[in-house]
Design a protein around this ligand. Structure first.
Ligand SMILES: CC(C)(COP(=O)(O)OP(=O)(O)OC[C@H]1O[C@@H](n2cnc3c(N)ncnc32)[C@H](O)[C@@H]1OP(=O)(O)O)[C@@H](O)C(=O)NCCC(=O)NCCS
Length: 368
């Protein structure tokens, strides 16, 4: 039996606080006109101190499960793609697993910068199609505002915080994710990086003094790379799916820069209205940008059941990729899941597990 991987749930978590271009002009030497003209961005959302990549990711995942009406205990796999993980380890996905009470799920992070969501979606698809996983949750979650240098006007204007998630479920009904393209070029790794804090350059007071724990970017080179790969990856995934560009109803690209999307549209000889664009509101939310734009497309009626959609992304690594999807929507289900109750239960379960571990430590400690 051939299994297909369908997208049956979706959700986002967006911090309430916004930072407009005019607000930014009070922090660094820039102005609204320059930012709009060069990027298309008007504002971005910034996480509150109590919010994190894991808390936003968990909120988005629960909303996606709610749309799919899938109980958290029925999730087998959680992949969190993030460029701003909670820690190097444990994985942000593990923290999300605990918060949502997905007690039967394996969870791991996937690091491919802004292309992460595309790669994670394809990995979850392959796991579902292979039959080892029935239900997966794929998350893109970011708090990039914590990793940008707020004195560097070439980067701090670009990025924003937020999270988005999809539920992927297997079925023998054709549709869902039908093709994918994944590419990397590590020779361009230095064009977009966060140099310090890893094993090559452990954090020291010197790395902090030199600002090496912040995002570093060669904007012009990244721009050139992005405009080159986006149209190519889109064409390739459509061809792999056995479709033609005119069969595609909507393209949902990584939301980095309006000029990059415009260049891709020209490269593909498509009008801009084929592309979902919402970067003016969120800036570049890295791995979260594609699911955030998708949820907006669904909620505004631009993306409907049976539509053919291409997701295309690019980012540090360098990495780029695209997937073609026949949009499905939730599977029919019987009993509605009480997600508020599940959330409370997950919190209690997590505390109980910590308590048991603490008590076991005392007992074993006494014996030792
Ligand atoms: C960053 C980016 C917007 C810069 O736009 P650009 O048109 O390439 O601008 P440049 O870097 O050539 O700089 C042009 C001038 O604007 C200035 N400038 C840079 N940032 C500025 C800002 N925020 N406000 C005002 N002026 C700015 C530069 O100092 C430069 O001045 P100069 O000509 O006097 O030297 C653009 O390169 C870009 O979007 N790159 C891709 C980045 C990206 O998407 N990264 C994420 C990938 S997932």
């Amino acid at each position: 039996m051939t299994l297909y991987a369908h997208i049956t749930g979706w959700g986002t978590a967006i911090p309430e606080k916004t930072l407009t271009n005019d607000d930014l002009a009070k922090i660094v030497e820039t102005n609204d006109e320059w930012i709009r003209e060069r990027t298309g961005i008007e504002r971005r959302h910034i996480a509150a101190p109590q919010e994190s990549s894991a808390s936003l990711g968990a909120d988005a995942a629960l909303k996606a499960l709610k749309v799919a009406n899938l109980h958290p205990r029925d999730v087998d796999l959680i992949i969190c793609s993030t460029s701003s993980p909670q820690h190097l380890f444990p994985a942000t996905a593990s923290i999300i697993q605990d918060r949502i009470g997905a007690v039967n799920a394996g969870a791991f992070d996937l690091l491919a910068a802004c292309t992460g969501f595309i790669f994670a979606l394809n990995m979850a698809t392959q796991a579902v199609r292979g039959g080892s996983v029935r239900n997966a949750v794929v998350i893109g979650a970011e708090t990039l505002s914590r990793l940008v240098d707020w004195n560097d006007r070439t980067t701090c204007i670009l990025f924003g915080d937020g999270a988005g998630a999809f539920v992927i479920q297997g079925s023998d009904q054709p549709g869902g994710v039908i093709s994918a393209v994944m590419r990397s070029d590590g020779s361009g790794g230095d064009l977009l990086s966060l140099p310090a804090g890893g094993s090559a350059m452990p954090a020291t007071s010197q790395t902090v003094a030199d600002g090496l724990h912040y995002i570093q970017m060669n904007g012009r080179e990244v721009f050139r790379f992005a405009t080159r790969v986006m149209a190519n990856a889109t064409r390739e995934t459509i061809e792999k799916a056995g479709l033609k560009i005119e069969d595609i109803d909507i393209i949902i690209p990584h939301q980095a820069n309006l000029r990059i999307i415009d260049a891709a549209a020209r490269g593909l000889k498509l009008p801009m209205d084929k592309f979902m664009v919402n970067l003016q509101e969120y800036g570049n939310t890295s791995t979260a940008s594609i699911p955030i734009a998708t949820v907006e497309a669904v909620e505004s009626g631009r993306l409907r059941r049976d539509d053919k959609v291409v997701f295309v992304g690019f980012g540090g690594g360098l990495t780029w990729g695209a997937v073609t999807v026949i949009w499905t929507g939730p599977f029919p289900s019987e009993k509605p899941v009480n997600f508020q109750q599940q959330r409370r239960l997950a919190t209690v379960r997590s505390w109980l597990r910590r308590l048991v571990r603490f008590l076991e430590g005392l007992i074993w400690g006494r014996k030792g």
